[in-house]
Design a protein around this ligand. Structure first.
Ligand code: GDP
Ligand code: MG
Length: 597
């Protein structure tokens, strides 16, 4: 294909601003999919992702567009993950294309992820076409939003395209703008093969499917190729493009995007950013490559029923096949038995994996307190990475502890600014910046990651009635006065509830957790002390009163079917409980005890 007839682009947007709907329209209008196969959100593949409206893996689709100039163009759209947890994945896939459509909801304006994503597009040297979506809605204010794009992002927006991805209004203009305003790729067809490994995923039927972008040279089915970073060599079984269904193709040349399969066993054998070249005729310089994304949040996953351990192991292995950023190793806990310590890119990633384990593999799980990675500096000058509070070394050997910090950017309407500042302040934040754009404030805070992983996002949404948007990036490690807090239930420490906490916040957190647990643990026949302690010192205490016998007597009385139902319910409930000494703690207590209201 003539390079001047190719355009490669991504769509960047804040969540819910209409990225998927626009992608669907572009695919539909160009007849890439027969009308009868058209279903909502063609690109969001997995069910959970579809429900949550997020995409984790990059995805491409090839669209053929007959433009007004009489030529047919190949448009390759790359769909990127839409959530802050996956920001690094977004930045990598941006490197594979030359331009971006910047979609902004004309009723909402610029949000935190609009900014984060568009800056990544700018960093990747993209040409950017602003698109104002949802102009069918009466609340749309395209002129105000154009001004905002210019003020806040600093890019030209007077020629932004006004569309409704829902009704289809303006979509032809978007297609013309892609052709007219985005640059064509460059590359040399005669040079040795150089292709970028954009992403990969595991398909149960095909094995590992690799998404590629050809820079130079031509790749064909049957070719023997070499991955320059990993050194692996493979023969290409299948080469194709997504339209959006897989379609085989004889070859891919410079500027083109597509997929290959080559009997690769695991996603781990592929390195995103790696350079694919021919085994016989290699290119001399590899692409710069990327760092693999590192898990930042860790937690323990234990089966509620210890008989499910083997099933859990199998399920985790299957999920890990498709997700190189998810890590796991076996863990044993005195109270919870055998389980896994797992690492995630963020809380959403954690929730997605946990949901999949529970729903697709039908395993009830206890999720222990999420923890970030601390740097524990020992008196002998060595440093230990602490992924699990339970592994905290003896304090007499510890010199100091450092914790990861983030730079958080929050956009919020003026009315809620006070609440947002208070929330950030309460979470040990340091204000870095505060600016205004119209009636919205943009606040930038330096915050400890451990204060954000539990429930910061939920709290932010609730204090701003959903009007705030939030994005963050890691900025590094800093020393602070951190301690390990244990929870004792009926005088026994429950290590799954141990957390690292700032000394000044320990009493408050300890009290809150004891109060929460008092509500979450059902009454027993005896009274149960619930305590929070640092070292051997108790800093908070609650007592769960004993069950009064007559209460049970009353509910069991009378009609037999009701009694049977009650017993069945209890049995089902039991499955979701875990025994700690003499006390049964429900599964839900482990995460809920950590939430702060
Ligand atoms: P994404 O998160 O950016 O992929 O957003 P979606 O494409 O999933 O859209 C979010 C919501 O906005 C969905 O309920 C869409 O139906 C709706 N939506 C998208 N585009 C339009 C539009 O042009 N007009 C209206 N009224 N609703 C839209
Ligand atoms: Mg979407």
């Amino acid at each position: 294909t003539d390079l001047s007839r190719i355009r490669n682009f991504s769509i960047v947007a804040h969540i819910d601003h209409g990225k998927s709907t626009l992608a669907d329209r572009l695919i539909q209008l160009t007849g890439t999919v027969a009308e009868r196969d058209m279903k909502e959100q063609l690109l969001d593949a997995m069910d959970i992702e579809r429900e949550r409206g997020i995409t984790i893996k990059a995805n491409t689709v090839r669209i053929e567009y007959p433009a007004q100039d009489g030529h047919t163009y190949i448009l390759n759209l790359i769909d990127t993950p839409g959530h802050v947890d996956f920001a690094y994945e977004v930045s990598r896939s941006m490197q594979a294309v030359e331009g971006s459509l910047l979609v902004v909801d004309a009723t909402q304006g610029v949000e935190a992820q609009t900014l984060a994503n568009v800056y990544q597009a700018i960093d990747a040297d993209h040409e950017i076409v602003p698109v104002l979506n949802k102009i069918d809605l009466p609340a749309a204010e395209p002129d105000r939003v154009k001004e905002q794009i210019e003020d806040v992002i600093g890019i030209e927006a007077h020629d932004a395209i006004e569309i409704s991805a829902k009704t289809g209004l303006g979509i032809p203009d978007v297609l013309e703008a892609i052709v007219a305003r985005l640059p064509a790729p460059t590359g040399d067809r005669d040079a040795p093969l150089k292709a970028m490994l954009v992403d990969s995923y595991y398909d149960p039927y095909l094995g590992v499917v690799v998404l590629i972008r050809v820079i130079d040279g031509v790749i064909k089915k049957g070719d023997r190729v070499r991955m320059m970073k990993t050194g692996g060599t493979y023969q290409i079984d299948r080469l194709g493009v997504f339209r959006p269904k897989m379609q085989d193709i004889a070859e891919l040349g410079p500027g083109e995007m597509g997929f290959l399969t080559a009997s690769i066993k695991q996603v781990r054998d592929t390195r995103v950013g790696d350079t694919i070249t021919h085994e016989k005729r290699q290119c001399d310089t590899a692409l710069p490559g990327f760092k693999p994304s590192q898990p930042v949040v860790f937690c323990g996953l234990f089966p509620v029923d210890s008989n499910d351990f083997e099933d859990l192991r199998d399920a985790i292995e299957k999920l890990a096949l498709n997700d190189a950023s998810f890590s796991s190793e076996m863990e044993t806990s005195a109270a919870l038995g055998f389980g896994f310590r797992c690492g995630f890119l963020g809380l959403l990633h954690l929730e997605v994996i946990r949901d999949r384990l529970e729903r697709e593999y039908d395993i009830d799980l206890i999720t222990t307190a999420p923890s970030v990675i601390y740097h524990v500096h020992m008196k002998d000058g060595t440093m230990q990475e602490l992924h699990n509070p339970a592994d905290m070394p003896d304090l007499t050997h510890v010199d100091h502890i450092e914790e990861p910090r983030i730079k958080a950017t929050i956009l919020v309407p003026d009315d809620y600014l006070g609440d947002v500042l208070k929330l950030c302040q309460d979470r040990r934040g340091i204000q870095l910046d505060l600016t205004y754009a119209g009636s919205r404030a943009m606040v930038v805070y330096d915050l400890p990651l451990n204060e954000v992983v539990f429930d910061f996002y939920d709290r932010l949404k609730s204090v701003t009635k959903g009007y705030a948007s939030f994005d963050y990036q890691m900025i590094g490690y800093r020393e602070d006065f951190l301690v390990k807090m244990q929870i004792l239930v009926n005088d026994e420490p429950v290590d799954a509830l141990s957390i690292m906490v700032h000394r000044d916040r320990a009493e408050m957190r300890g009290r809150a957790m004891c109060e929460k647990l008092k509500e979450l643990i059902p009454r027993h026949m005896f009274k149960i002390p619930i305590q929070a302690a640092i070292g051997g010192r108790v800093i908070a205490r609650e007592t769960l009163a004993a069950l009064r016998k007559d209460v049970t007597a009353k509910c069991y009385g009378g009609d037999a079917t009701r009694k049977k139902k009650l017993l069945e319910k209890q049995k089902a409930g039991k499955k979701k409980m875990r025994q700690f000494g003499k006390v049964e703690i429900p599964q839900s207590a482990f995460i809920n005890a950590l939430k702060m209201d």
